[in-house]
Write a protein of this length. Sequence first.
Length: 68
Amino acid sequence: MEDNMVKKAIDIDELRRKPFMDVKTLSEVMGMGMTYLYDYIKGQNCQFNVVKMGKRYINSYKQFFQLV
């Protein structure tokens, strides 16, 4: 398998040093597809706050990891 085909593991300690995470990172952490995650975020059952900034949705790492 080529090096560019190998998916890197998520480093939780590295994630915790950042203030926010985008939907792509959030989908990798939660293990769900981005389409499903967008539906989850927009629904009423989402258990964490997501802020829409322009066209982007972001979430606080601190709040997410407190929930998890």
